[in-house]
Design a binder for this molecule. Structure first.
Ligand SMILES: NC(=O)c1ccc[n+]([C@@H]2O[C@H](COP(=O)([O-])OP(=O)(O)OC[C@H]3O[C@@H](n4cnc5c(N)ncnc54)[C@H](OP(=O)(O)O)[C@@H]3O)[C@@H](O)[C@H]2O)c1
Length: 232
């Protein structure tokens, strides 16, 4: 699909990668951008249409789908990384699943008829290299992103019937608040946003945003000890 003239909705658009998606959509001539946030007062850009949306709240998602009935590009960007361990308390794991799995799945389910009514359009799901790799400190996040990856693949097949493309995005670290504690190479959010929108325009099913995601995806076909051993 073409971004120029599109009507896009971005979740978690008030900061980080979501804000970079908004900038790139506007730069490419999107006709309208719903910049959604839990606290809508944090969206101050006069070029966008602010909309309240908490992806963990079914009522909030239903209200957004009613209010933004002209959307033809849905960007499921919002996410959290709590550090919850799979050996830790269940509450942390549930928080990860609510935001990183049930949230985006719910948003896509409620926006699917909107996309169909507007000609098909496209969905982008922000996943992670951690959909394919789990570390002690990312057990909950990895499990949720892995589940979201599976859901993304199922959505792609189901939504093809209504002409909606679905693009999965995997990347290592991004230079945002979520990875502020991390040293080492990070991808600039504006670079990834541009790469993702190129992929949407080309109808690509998957974006690998950095060397780390390319390396881990390739390593999955090898001996698991090589992949986890290489991590030190
Ligand atoms: N940063 C990385 O290294 C990295 C790497 C791979 C993938 N990702 C993924 O990329 C996406 C964007 O991450 P980021 O780096 O931009 O993170 P970020 O800077 O922490 O921003 C997260 C965004 O998600 C929003 N959000 C959290 N829970 C929400 C909810 N229940 N409903 C609506 N919005 C909610 C936040 O809103 P508030 O301002 O209200 O908190 C914020 O706008 C996420 O899906 C993340 O998992 C990030």
């Amino acid at each position: 699909m073409r971004i120029e003239g599109a009507t896009a909705l971005v979740t978690g658009a008030n900061r980080g990668l979501g804000k970079a998606f908004v900038e790139e959509l506007l730069a490419r001539g999107a006709a309208k951008v719903y910049a959604t946030a839990r606290d809508v007062s944090t969206v101050t850009d006069p070029r966008v249409t602010p909309l309240a949306l908490d992806i963990t709240d079914p009522e909030s998602v239903a209200a957004a789908a009613r209010a933004a009935a002209d959307v033809d590009l849905l960007i499921n960007n919002a996410g959290i990384a709590t550090g919850a361990s799979v050996l830790g308390d269940e509450e942390g794991l549930r928080r990860e699943m609510e935001t990183n799995f049930f949230g985006p799945v719910r948003v896509t389910r409620l926006f699917a008829p909107v996309l169909a009514a507007n000609g098909g359009g496209a969905v982008v799901n922000m996943l992670s290299v951690l959909s394919w790799l789990a570390l002690p400190t990312t057990g909950g996040y990895s499990a949720a992103k892995s589940a979201a990856w599976a859901a993304t693949n199922a959505q792609r097949m189901s939504l093809a019937e209504q002409g909606t493309t679905v693009t999965a995005v995997h990347v290592g670290y991004l230079d945002t608040e979520m990875a502020a504690h991390v040293d080492g190479p990070k991808v600039a959010p504006d670079k990834l946003a541009a790469q993702v929108l190129d992929a949407v325009e080309a109808g690509e099913p998957e974006v690998l945003g950095d060397d780390r995601s390319r390396m881990v995806k390739a390593a999955l076909s090898g001996d698991l000890r090589d992949l986890y051993g290489s991590l030190g």
